[in-house]
Design a protein around this ligand. Structure first.
Ligand SMILES: *Cc1c(COP(=O)(O)O)cnc(C)c1O
Length: 440
């Protein structure tokens, strides 16, 4: 196991200037960063590389990354700008916000997360406002990495998953252990596998629901089982609910906080996905721990200290939060869900007509679908990377190769585009697949 960046920092702090990755003393104090050494395929890295490869005359259709904010159809009924205009024009929010967030905005998030959830016990003090969901993840992982007993902690992450967790675990010196999401069982977890993977140094399990990348939405009973398993194993549940309430087709979103009396939960969320304002960089984390499981380990105090060190979201954005969470924007949310659902239906139907593609279940929520590529049926396409690279070259359609998120020979497709554009994308994917289909 290579030493983490934090190990190196520690070595530096201890006054030694030895590069931990080699025995030779290095003259400079700045050591070679493992970020460069362990260069990994990141979503943005792969996407930028592929975008430069399109040789087609056709206009680009990007189904690679998730941002629907540029399509007017998705913005119908959205009145987020009013909240921000009021916040700016009041001129009351030009100063630094308190480190953990403006109290009335924290209150609004606590109320939003407690709505319909019994016994979650989320108060204003349990909520921390962050720069997007990304910083909420960062805060969680940094706090978990700083245990006083000196043991290297490990964390259970979903595979396929969201690569941010792996990268930030690495940066924080946390060992990652991956559990599988089972495609033909609605991408649920195998709880037996969770028990085998965990040991006395396992600190947390990350659950993404509604799920990115699979589009699965977990049932109340599955979430209950997950909480019981986490409780048995003494794990914290990190519930990534950035797609919370984004469900369609009669499915129901059940917040993990409802099971916090069984195992402690930290809920991660934000405005980026449900409100379609990812550029505003407003997220949150909330400690849901009615039984006080986390009290002894002083998790809340550690988060408070860390929030005093790092810098949170802009005051004017924070001040707009209560207006956005007040629930007045139902028409906008319903329209987005309707568009996502028809996009998912179109996708599912078209995939059924393309020999080289398959998918096990229609998405139930979130903004993505996972599609299996039967590479053995395609000439000159050995894996998902080839598929995605050739597809953008020939047809100017961008999809995300599954390898980047842990599932080889699958691709992830973004659903947040107007349905006409989705049809056009699949017409092109169809002609691409026909062209490459091996004749028996
Ligand atoms: C987008 C996303 C995040 C990060 O949210 P930002 O607000 O864009 O930083 C975290 N987790 C998952 C699963 C996501 O899809």
């Amino acid at each position: 196991m290579p030493p983490s960046i934090l190990d190196q920092v520690t070595i530096y702090k201890n006054g030694s200037i030895t590069n931990s990755s080699s025995d030779k003393p290095c003259k400079r104090r700045i050591c070679n960063s493992l970020l460069v050494e362990d260069q990994k395929a990141t979503i943005r890295g792969v996407v930028y590389d592929f975008l430069s490869k399109s040789r087609s005359e056709k206009s680009l259709i990007s189904l690679g990354v998730g941002d629907a904010s540029s399509f007017p159809a998705f913005q119908q009924g959205q009145d987020v700008s009013k909240a921000i205009i009021d916040s700016v024009s009041s001129e009351k929010f030009n100063g630094y916000a308190p480190s953990c967030g403006i109290p009335f905005s924290r209150r609004a998030v606590a109320d939003y997360l407690s709505w319909g959830v019994e016994y979650a016990g989320i108060g204003e003090d349990d909520v921390f406002l962050t720069c997007g969901g990304t910083q909420a993840v960062q805060i969680c992982l940094t706090v978990l990495s700083n245990s006083r007993d000196g043991c290297k902690p490990n964390i259970l992450l979903p595979n396929p998953g969201f690569p941010l967790y792996e990268s930030l675990s690495m940066l924080n010196g946390i060992e990652t252990r991956f559990y599988d999401l089972v495609p033909d069982q609605n991408w649920e977890l195998d709880l037996g596998q969770i028990k085998t993977l965990s040991d006395s140094h396992t600190v947390a399990i990350v659950i993404i629901n509604p799920n990115n990348p699979s589009g699965a939405v977990y049932s109340r009973s599955h979430l209950h089982q997950i909480a019981e398993t986490a409780g048995e194993l003494n794990l914290l549940v990190i519930a990534d609910e950035i797609y919370g309430h984004m469900v369609f087709g009669g499915n129901k979103f059940v917040p993990m906080a409802g099971f916090a009396s069984i195992a402690p939960v930290i809920t991660i969320g934000g405005l980026s996905k449900r409100w379609l304002v990812p550029g505003w960089r407003l997220g949150w984390l909330a400690i849901c721990d009615p039984q006080g499981f986390l009290r002894q380990s002083q998790v809340k105090e550690a988060i408070q200290t860390l929030m005093n060190i790092v810098s949170g979201p802009a005051s004017i954005i924070q001040a707009a939060v209560p207006g956005l969470l007040s629930g007045s924007n139902q028409d906008f949310h319903n329209n987005v869900l309707k568009l996502l659902e028809s996009s998912a239906d179109t996708c599912y139907e078209k995939i059924g007509q393309i020999k080289a593609l398959s998918c096990y279940s229609k998405p139930q929520g979130g903004m993505f679908i996972m599609v299996e590529v039967k590479t053995s049926l395609l000439a000159g396409i050995n894996d998902d990377m080839d598929f995605a690279r050739e597809l953008i070259k020939e047809e100017s359609v961008l999809v995300l190769p599954g390898s980047v998120i842990g599932l080889k020979n699958w691709v992830r497709i973004f659903l947040g585009v107007p349905v006409d554009l989705m049809r056009e994308a699949f017409d092109r994917i169809n002609s691409f697949s026909e062209r490459h289909l091996l004749t028996a």
